[in-house]
Design a protein around this ligand. Structure first.
Ligand code: NDP
Length: 509
């Protein structure tokens, strides 16, 4: 089945979804609903072309007010001094409330981002699981003690919350990404200011309602909405902020690190990727084809973890590309509210244009489009699942993060060539290796410089395993057993007992 000539949307389903929530939202600062100066930003569904939400256009003074509220809640409020069991209880209650409101949160993310509703439901379910994992870590957080320093000395290392954390999130996984940060910061005892993308703020604002319902004290978590340069930038530069946790583009991540450097803030950065999927001739080809299709087109490729570079052993390259092209043509692109849609809409018209430009430039460079290649006719923004073949490592499309449903194919003959190709970008977020041979799978995986290596699978994730990138894919890791520790400082207690040897009197005096 080829992609339909025109993507149709179901107006009844859209109206049913819109009937479930009010259009207008407010920011949340110090426990109060704040409207800013009255100017609103409208968000239209990229699939349906109708306004679905309106949020206040926050300004720098709103960001400063939110930081001040978080500072006050940290310096004087109960949250940083709360017991771990009470913090964990609140996180668990929040997880239950997320489960209760799963359908609504999924609808908000779907309408604002264009992602398939069935997929969004899975993301919200996964997010609730992360809140529960953070609750378990809250109670495990502890420092160290040293009783081996001598009879008159004791060393104790405390873990204290780092302070006020700015959390800045993108539009591709609005609820999931804030859930990879916020519960761990709260588990540590930090207070926060969250700035979601202005295109996808509704589910984060709904989360604030759930936190209030769960009993989070005022000012512990604040949300400012608006544009990056207006409200995001102050969150990265303000001296009252202790840490920045950012997910988004490498370009803005770099600016956030630079802004935070003036006051030496701790940073956690989850940035871009150009992730290779390496397919060897002894792989299970059906499984590899299925995963390659999923890796390329999941979330319309708007995914830092997208498997956007397919590195194929030359002996299987032609056959594999034919199989992939057949799948690319049969993936269901369509209305995100349809149960069987796998690829929804692209976030904006501008972004769709940029994706097309990448493909056109690659063709100019000598690459060949084997499936898709451009937009689909629709009142929304849809792109056909695309394969760009005959790509070389020197071409721009082999290195740039396209962030759309576009996979490029390159080929190799030896393991060494495969590793060199895999490492031939500035990124290092993730990679997958497909081979039944343990030497190949492990040997190649160890050679690739990336934060996650999947072997014979793709994009599996679980809160127990750390996630983050090498090189320009980021700084630090999220999730995993250290996820709460990342939001703490160490404080050393050096205790002396009994008489202390004098510094200025001679020994024995
Ligand atoms: P950005 O990096 O621009 O946006 C991420 C977040 O940072 C948003 O909340 C944004 O706000 C905010 N922001 C923007 N400017 C500043 C600033 N000066 N200081 C602080 N915060 C700021 O990503 P885009 O949404 O523009 O996407 C562009 C590209 O980034 C994509 O094409 C893709 O390549 C990559 N990307 C990577 C993601 C990932 O998961 N690693 C996620 C999203 C994008 P606002 O939305 O208002 O600009």
């Amino acid at each position: 089945m080829n992609a339909p000539a025109r993507i149709a949307v179901d107006t009844k389903k859209l109206n049913d979804a819109l009937a479930r929530f009010p259009r207008d939202r407010a920011m949340s600062i110090a426990g109060r609903a704040v409207g800013g100066d009255g100017e609103m930003i409208e968000r239209s569904s990229p699939a349906h072309g109708v306004v679905v939400t309106r949020i206040p256009r926050g300004r720098a003074e709103d960001a400063r007010a939110a930081i001040a509220a978080a500072r006050l809640a940290f310096d004087n409020g109960p949250w940083p001094r709360e017991t771990a069991s009470n913090r964990a209880r609140l996180l668990l209650k929040t997880a239950d409330l997320i489960d209760r409101d799963r359908e609504l949160i999924a609808i908000l993310d779907t309408l604002e981002s264009g992602k398939p509703l069935a997929q969004a439901r899975g993301e919200i379910e996964g997010a609730a699981d992360i809140w529960r994992y953070a609750a378990s870590l809250a109670r495990e957080l502890s420092g160290e003690s040293y009783a081996n320093l001598g009879a008159d000395r004791l060393g104790v290392v405390l873990r204290e919350p780092i302070g006020v954390v700015s959390i800045i999130t993108p539009w591709n996984f609005p609820f999931l990404i804030v859930s990879q940060k916020l519960p761990f910061a709260l588990a540590a005892g930090c207070t926060c200011v969250v700035k979601p993308s202005e295109m996808t703020s509704a589910s984060t604002l709904h989360l604030m309602n759930l936190l209030a319902e769960a009993g989070l004290p005022e000012g512990v978590c604040n949300v400012v909405t608006g544009y990056g340069p207006e409200v995001g930038a102050p969150l990265t530069a303000d001296p009252e902020v202790d840490m920045i946790s950012f997910t988004g583009s490498t370009r803005v991540g770099r600016a956030a690190v630079a802004a935070g450097a003036a006051t030496l803030k701790k940073v956690s950065m989850e940035l871009g990727g150009k992730n290779p999927q390496l397919i060897f001739p002894d792989a299970d080809m059906d499984a590899a084809l299925d995963a390659a299709t999923f890796g390329a087109y999941f979330n319309a490729g708007e995914c830092c973890n997208a498997g956007s570079r397919l590195l194929l052993h030359s002996s299987i390259a032609d056959e594999f590309i034919e199989g992939l092209a057949a799948r690319a043509r049969s993936v269901k692109v369509g209305d995100p509210l349809d149960a069987d849609t796998r690829v929804g809409a692209i976030i904006t018209s501008d972004h769709l244009g940029k994706i097309e430009d990448h493909v056109t430039a690659a063709e100019r460079d000598g690459a060949q489009v084997r499936a898709g290649g451009g937009r689909l006719e629709s009142s929304g923004f849809f792109m056909a699942p695309t394969i760009v073949d005959k790509v070389t490592a020197a071409m721009a499309i082999a290195r740039a993060e396209v962030f759309g449903p576009v996979v490029v194919t390159l080929s190799f003959d030896t393991r060494e060539e495969a590793i060199a190709l895999a490492n031939a970008t500035d990124y290092g977020l993730s990679a997958s290796v497909w081979s039944r041979d343990v030497d190949t799978a492990i040997g190649v995986g160890r050679g690739v410089r990336a934060g996650t290596i999947w072997v014979n699978t793709f994009m599996d994730g679980t809160p127990e395993l750390p996630f983050g990138g090498y090189r320009q894919s980021g700084v630090g890791r999220e999730l995993g057993r250290n996820a709460v520790k990342d939001y703490t400082e160490e404080k050393t207690f050096h205790v002396h007992t009994g008489p202390r040897t004098s510094w200025w009197l001679p020994r024995g005096a």
